[in-house]
Design a protein around this ligand. Structure first.
Ligand code: ATP
Length: 371
């Protein structure tokens, strides 16, 4: 299907004086996998509950497949749900659990229902588990049954709220892959709420970052990672180092930022996405750990920053080096280096840092949501 399949238009939800969601607008295409991420209390679940129909919006509308469903009952919206709190029915077998939404939707042909349940069990690779009860399954198997139950009636929209929250890391990763595979195979449009930003980056076509009920940024994972539009998003998505400074000048695509009395950096503008600060403003300079280069003391060349290594640890795929800036002892930066040899640095080593100025983001210190 072409065009926007799920549209949220100026959605608001107030609980008394609490503004849980504020003017949320999202256009989601058919077959797209979109995650809502944000800190606790940022309005993710409230937004999902409004799409599901469990909460009526205070303002705004919800359109699914061209139909305004803002005031339509949940079971008439054509939505499948995998919510942690809507667990499997414990007194029904796996087969009966999956058949339940089909019966609810008025399908009465027993043979057809049984065939559909078998297909779904095969899809989630639990074909021989139909007669078991939920408590006779592992956590991951229960999640797969919940997924099969939600997919059984082929909903064009699937809502998931922390569906993998209760699982350990290994199972979680296996299930992420599984959900993604099923979603692609069925072409379902998914809105997925998670606390885990790595999970969101791995699974989603686009990610919506929320804070304080507001949408901060909506875009593909690579865009959020490479071009965060605020210090908040920069901090929330992936790891980021921040250094406070003051902007001395910002003209002709280059900003001059003072970090300390004797340290001034010239930073190339990041293009139109990064709204530049003006002279005199306090700024946050942000750089990813993998974009800081480290050289032995005296080998860094012009424009480098002197620093002292505090720790250097091997974490499998990379070395993590923590360094303290000599000119700004309040700043400790995290650096990631490829782990192809032994430990490259040791505690108290003096080093030169080169910040790749094409990779530095500059944010004015005026944001409502703190990074
Ligand atoms: P979490 O990640 O912790 O689940 P969330 O991002 O899903 O959080 P919501 O559950 O949507 O956030 O809550 C958003 C805000 O609305 C919070 O401040 C919360 O306390 C408030 N809120 C949610 N439901 C209600 C309610 N029924 N009555 C009053 N306030 C509510």
């Amino acid at each position: 299907m072409i065009g926007q399949y799920l549209s949220l238009v100026g959605l608001e939800k107030h609980f008394g004086s609490v503004r849980a969601v504020t003017s949320l607008s999202l256009e989601i295409s058919a077959g797209e996998f979109v995650s809502l991420v944000g800190p606790s209390g940022s309005g993710k679940t409230t937004a999902l509950n409004m799409i599901a129909g469990f909460e009526g919006p205070s303002a705004g509308k919800i359109v699914i497949g061209g139909r305004d469903v803002t005031h339509v009952a949940p079971n008439r919206r054509g939505i499948g749900m995998v919510f942690q709190k809507y667990a499997l029915f414990p007194h029904l077998t796996v087969h009966q659990n999956i058949a339940f939404p089909l019966r609810m939707r008025g399908r009465s042909n027993k043979t057809r229902i049984a065939t559909r349940v078998e297909e779904m069990l095969e899809l989630v690779q639990l074909s021989s588990y139909g007669e078991r009860y939920p408590q006779q399954l592992s956590g991951g198997q229960q999640q797969r049954v919940a997924l099969a139950r939600a997919l059984a009636f082929e909903p064009p929209v699937l809502l998931m709220d922390e569906p993998l929250g209760a699982l350990d890391k290994k199972l979680r990763e296996a299930m992420q892959f599984e959900i993604k595979r099923l979603q692609e195979r069925l072409g379902a449009t998914v809105v997925y709420v998670t606390h885990d930003q790595d999970e969101a980056l791995t699974m989603s076509d686009r990610v919506a970052v929320m804070a304080g009920g507001e949408l901060m940024q909506f875009g593909p994972p690579t865009e959020l990672y490479r071009h965060p539009n605020s210090a908040f998003v920069a901090d929330f998505i992936g790891r980021m180092n921040f250094i406070e400074g003051s902007c001395l000048e910002n003209a002709g695509g280059t900003a001059v930022v003072r970090l300390s009395d004797d340290t001034v950096l010239s930073i190339r503008s990041q293009g139109p996405r990064n709204v530049g600060p003006s002279a005199g403003q306090t700024v946050k300079l942000a750089i990813r750990p993998e974009r800081v280069r480290v050289a032995r003391c005296g080998e860094g060349g012009a424009g480098c920053l002197a620093a002292v290594v505090e720790t250097c640890v091997f974490v499998g795929s990379v070395h993590i080096v923590m360094v303290r800036l000599e000119s700004r002892p309040d700043v400790v930066l995290q650096i990631q280096l490829p782990a192809d040899g032994g430990l490259p640095f040791h505690e108290r080593d003096q080093v030169d840092l080169l910040l790749d100025d094409g990779a530095i983001h500059l944010f004015p210190e005026t944001e409502r949501h703190a990074a």
